[in-house]
Design a protein around this ligand. Structure first.
Ligand code: ADP
Ligand code: MG
Length: 450
């Protein structure tokens, strides 16, 4: 790996000027964002995020890269560009060699990403419950917590935990048939098999599994035929003591346009949420990644990242990847200024923005299309009162601001008013599905901006 990084740095140095002549933007965007993955013998592998990155490099920069690489390598070098997913398959191949019970097609068939394991999952208060449930399921699939329903905001580790369960199961019980699919893939295969008159084949495939993991189930909402197919598959598996693990960005009851009978089935097992990690967990995640990637980053910078990148672990990783790339390309250690720029770049400036109570009040008012001042003054008009309550609830839900401070921001109200508002909103959410969806939508909208 290190060899590959060193080679890639030198190569970039060599071809940068020429590359930028082709297109400065293109060179920065496509070439410089690729990650050196492997360099041994006469093979060099670059890893890229998506097919489009691969195509852009292949079509525009390959001759230049090849020429430079041959010079540096002092001979003909084979260069391969692979997406992370393709590399994942290669990794599976390697694993398969180590474990003769599993061959390559085994992993391909299971859809599992070998890189997501329990070992590299950092546990904190925000995910401990979900982790414990996941562990329990992986130790004795089909016995308890069936179905296991993991939910939480994007980028917080649901997919990672699912794969960890799957990997643990296939390692300990190679005889079990495990399948991980995203809901989108499920939808596509249902549509295709209907089109090609192969629905029985699809049913066979799903109904002979021992463990089915379906990610981001909210995507099947509103797709009737797919829900129907899934419902029967679910029942078949469940009734034969097979395990079903589901993830979603929200609770079953909050998924609009999801069949009631599916909602009922989903909550029959165990539902666990994964929350945003606290500061200590964020630090631990960063440190784990630093260790794995062999990065040289000071504790001060670790703290700085953990303080600023709060909402999403994927973004935390993005920041670290970029620091790794920058410091290895420039052969310099990360400085605070550089890291601060990277954070701004990755989070689009919004994640680090300190959301004051006023900004949130403004956003809530905007959502309901009313004048923010009305939320702060003493108007007793019914709909303003209702929105005011929602606003206080949102402030309580998405910030750490204390009740008295929220009261103050809401036009100098007493903290008991805030408490009362919060209770009222919660009560109404329990009684009224549409109201609840709306409130959750506002909360999510504002969280997205945090
Ligand atoms: P989700 O499916 O909830 O959107 P992912 O599982 O894709 O989130 O997680 C996003 C990234 O963060 C992944 O690269 C994952 O490995 C990493 N990640 C999430 N939670 C943890 C954790 N607790 N420890 C280590 N890495 C984590
Ligand atoms: Mg996911």
């Amino acid at each position: 790996m290190e060899k590959a990084v060193e080679f890639w740095n030198k190569l970039i140095d060599l071809i940068e000027e020429e590359g930028k002549r082709i297109s400065q933007f293109g060179f920065e965007t496509w070439v410089k964002t690729a990650t050196p993955y492997y360099y041994e013998d006469d093979l060099f592998v670059l890893s890229v995020k998506m097919d489009i990155n691969k195509d852009m490099i292949q079509n525009r920069y390959m001759p230049l890269i090849q020429t430079g690489a041959d010079i540096l390598h002092k001979g003909k070098l084979t260069i391969k560009i692979e997406t992370e997913d393709d590399l994942n398959d290669l990794y599976a191949k390697e694993q398969a060699r180590k474990n003769p019970l599993h061959n390559e097609s085994f992993y391909k068939k299971s859809g599992l990403f070998r890189r997501y394991t329990f070992e590299n999952f950092v546990i904190g208060d925000s995910n401990r419950f979900a982790w414990a449930a996941a562990r329990a399921v992986s130790e004795a699939p089909g016995t308890c917590y069936n179905p296991l329903f993991l939910y939480g905001y994007v980028g917080l580790g649901k997919t990672h935990l699912m794969h960890a369960i799957g990997n643990e199961i296939v390692d300990n019980h190679p005889e079990l048939k495990v399948l991980y699919v995203t809901s989108e893939d499920f939808v596509i295969s249902v549509i295709e098999s209907i089109r090609d008159n192969r629905i029985n084949e699809l049913r066979d495939k799903y109904r002979t599994l021992d463990v089915l993991m379906i990610d981001d189930i909210q995507f099947i909402a509103g797709k009737e035929r797919c829900q129907e197919e899934f419902f029967h598959t679910f029942n078949h598996l469940y009734n034969s003591g097979k395990h079903v693990i589901i993830s979603s960005d929200r609770l079953p009851n909050e998924i609009t346009q999801l069949d009631d009978r599916l909602k009922t089935r989903f909550i029959e097992g165990l539902t666990c949420d994964i929350k945003q990690p606290d500061f200590e967990t964020r630090c631990a995640i960063i440190k784990k990644k630093i260790e794995k990637d062999n990065l040289d980053i000071s504790d001060e910078i670790v703290n700085m990242i953990a303080e600023k990148v709060k909402a999403n672990i994927r973004e935390l990783e993005g920041v670290l990847n970029k620091i790794g790339a920058y410091s290895s390309l420039s052969n310099k250690n990360a400085t605070k200024d550089m890291v601060s720029d990277i954070i701004r770049e990755i989070t689009g400036g919004t994640t680090t923005k300190v959301m004051t109570a006023d900004t949130i009040i403004y956003e809530v008012a905007k959502y309901f299309d009313i004048d923010p001042k009305l939320l702060k003054d003493s108007t007793r008009k019914k709909d303003v009162v209702a929105i005011r309550q929602i606003c206080m609830y949102v402030l309580k839900e998405v910030t750490d601001i204390s009740l008295p401070k929220i009261g103050e921001a809401m036009g100098g109200r007493h903290h008991s008013t805030v408490m009362y508002a919060e209770e009222e909103v919660k009560k109404k959410m329990e009684e009224d599905e549409a109201y609840k969806n709306k409130v959750n939508d506002i909360v999510n909208t504002i969280r997205n901006m945090l």
